[in-house]
Design a protein around this ligand. Sequence first.
Ligand SMILES: [Zn+2]
Length: 474
Amino acid sequence: MLYYISDYVYLDEMIYLQNIGTFGEIGASCYYLYIDGTGIVIDAGMHPKKDGVESLPDFDKLEDKQVDYLIITHAHHDHIGSVPYLVRRHPHVKILSTVNTVELAILSMVNSSRIMKEYVETRTLTAKQRSSLMPYTAEETTYLGRMIEGLEYEKPYFLSGFKHKSSEDIELVLYDSGHIMGSASLLIKHKGFSFFFTGDINFTPQTILAGAQIPRMSVDVLLSEATLGSTALQGTWKEEEEKLAKALNAVLSNGGSALIPVFAIGKSQELLASIYDMMIDHKIPISPIYVAGMSNKVNRLYDSGRFRGSRVSLSYDLREIPKITLKDSTPLNEIFKGKSIVLATSGMMIEDTKSFRLAEDFLKNSKCGIFSVGYMDPDTPGYRVSNAKTGDEIEFKKGKPPVKVMCSIDKFRFSAHAKREDLVNFVKQVKAKRVILTHGDNDAVNELGALMLEKYPGLSLTVAEEQRIVLRED
Ligand SMILES: [Zn+2]
């Protein structure tokens, strides 16, 4: 069947997918799914390492397309940060996510807006560039967040766009993907065709979240994340906890402080609960725990949302864990005056963030330790620090003289992403005949793809690049 460039006029009954976000690396997540006249955008993220227009998905590619729905898989910056820009260009779009994502989304979008505002105010831009990049204010972003319709897990919802050409609606079911609170995998079905998008998914328990809850099913096309595609089998969360307790003990018993860079949403809460458990179980000495401001707000939402989604235990009450909020005005000598643990954002120590600024002082202090607990993009200061050893000289600030590492460095894999073996097995669990890989660097996608083809020789495998991928022709 023939189809032409402009969906508005020519496309009839067909289904296609187009990646309009970043590909070849983890960046701004954004996909366009066209189903028989209805346009669904999945995620509208912001690239964490890029600035200005470069950090946004290529929204120009939506210009000639029908945009009816935006489904947000979860509240991380790289999946939600550019929602205000999408809404500015498509004000009628209906935004859907899980109930637990709604409040987290507001926090995350306010933070993303702050990053963009700082960029706009500190760069030389034309008036046009300035106005096109100026994000919503915190108040406007809050209103925008209130426009998100919160859906329940495992309940069918029916979608039909303004120009939907079929007599049958599109069925959408969200499943708990076990990545952060409120995160969802999507099952989309239409006229016998089924499409499953893992989103950021994690099949194994963390300290608080129990892992993805996906029933056995049969799907035509699986869009799978590939973050850890090039990472060989790693230890369990519990095994990593034992190793971290040992490393913390070494630093704390010497009167030193440990800096743990964490993402504000997810890793902050999981590690806070882990560390508190270690103290209660006498695995590490009772020590002050410092946390950054936004984590506290997220902690409150983790507590109030505990009955939606699957948890290891409902007893974690993050508000009750004794901790000190780290303010910009908190003097460093307060942290360094005795043993302490500092959980600070950003997780990859991106320049000018709190964890980056603190690391500068931790690196110089031989009593201290910097412990990484998650994925570090190779192009970030966090990667350079976490791969160094005491005594090494590293380029900490880009273009600045190297810094000598005096503190201890250790890395742990508390991943909120699926192990690659779990992703390979998941293809079988959903009986997918066709797999599209995304959300991973080139090595991750290549290695995961090779493993899948080795295990399932007849599998049709592609990568979600910028071209349209036709999923069903009629
Ligand atoms: Zn995520």
